[in-house]
Design a protein around this ligand. Structure first.
Ligand code: ZN
Length: 241
C-alpha cells in the first residue's frame, strides 16, 4: 500500500533486520551493499523482498547474500520460498560452489558477529517460530522484538544489555481486536502497556506493525497510554542510536 511498506530495518547500510521492504526502500546501488540479512521469521511481510533483492542484483559483480535465522525459519524459507516453485533455489545458483544466497543457521541466545555487530536471537511469542534480535556494537545496542505478543525472555535479556539505546517492538491491532491479536501473536496497545512494565530501562520504545486500516485508532490508543517513551517508527527515516 503506498506509504505503508512492510518490515525491514537497515543497520549501518549493510545489515538488514528482516526483508519485508529492502528492495522497496533502497536504490539499486544501495541494495547491492546489503550483504547480511537477519530474518526473524518466515512470514511474507518480513521476507517478501528477498526474491526481488536477489533478482535485481543477481548479475552484479560481487553480489551475494548471507541470511541468518534459526533452523526452523531457514527450513521454512527453503521449503516454501526458495523451493524452485515459488522462486528459484538461489543456494545453488549460478552454481553450487559460489551461490548468491547462503543460509547461516544461528542458535537462540548464542552471540554471533556480523559486520562488526554482535547479535543474539531471542525466541518470542508469535505464530510460527520467531525470534527477536539484540544488536550491539561498541557504542550502543538496540533490541528488536519482531512480531510478538506477550513474551518474557526478550525483555529479560534486553534489560541486561548495558549499552541499550532503544527497543523496537510492535503494535498490530487496536484494543477491540484483542482476541485476534492474542490468537495471532501480536500486541494491541493494552497488551503493549502491560509488556512495557517488564522493561526496566529508560530508553525510547519505537513501534512498528500497525495494520494501515487501524493506524489512526492504534495511534489514539497508544497516545492514551501517556507513556512518553513510545514513538511510532516512520518508514524511510534514519535513526541514530
Ligand atoms: Zn509475523
Amino acid at each position: 500500500m503506498p506509504g505503508h511498506g512492510m518490515t525491514s530495518f537497515l543497520v549501518d547500510g549493510a545489515v538488514a533486520l528482516d526483508a519485508g521492504w529492502v528492495s522497496g526502500a533502497l536504490a539499486l546501488e544501495d541494495q547491492v551493499k546489503v550483504k547480511d540479512i537477519l530474518i526473524s521469521h518466515s512470514h511474507l511481510d518480513h521476507t517478501c523482498t528477498l526474491p526481488f533483492l536477489i533478482d535485481n542484483n543477481f548479475s552484479t559483480p560481487g553480489f551475494s547474500l548471507r541470511i541468518y535465522a534459526i533452523p526452523e525459519v531457514i527450513a521454512s524459507m527453503k521449503n516454501h520460498l526458495f523451493n524452485n516453485q515459488t522462486w528459484p533455489d538461489f543456494t545453488s545458483l549460478p552454481d553450487d560452489l559460489s551461490p548468491v544466497l547462503k543460509f547461516v543457521e544461528i542458535a537462540p541466545e548464542s552471540p554471533f558477529v556480523v559486520n562488526g555487530l554482535t547479535i543474539r536471537a531471542v525466541p518470542v511469542n508469535h505464530v510460527g517460530p520467531t525470534t527477536g534480535f539484540i544488536v550491539e556494537d561498541r557504542d550502543g545496542a538496540i533490541a528488536f522484538s519482531s512480531d510478538t505478543g506477550p513474551t518474557h525472555r526478550f525483555w529479560e535479556l534486553a534489560n541486561g544489555v548495558e549499552k541499550l539505546r532503544a527497543v523496537i517492538t510492535e503494535t498490530s491491532f487496536p484494543n477491540r481486536q484483542q482476541e485476534l491479536a492474542t490468537k495471532s501473536g501480536h500486541h494491541t496497545p493494552q497488551t503493549l502497556a502491560e509488556e512495557l512494565r517488564k522493561l526496566e530501562r529508560d530508553v525510547p520504545v519505537y513501534l512498528y506493525g500497525a495494520k494501515p486500516k487501524f493506524l489512526d485508532e492504534i495511534k489514539r490508543e497508544v497516545k492514551a497510554l501517556k507513556n512518553g517513551r513510545l514513538q511510532f517508527l516512520v518508514q524511510g527515516r534514519t535513526y541514530e542510536f
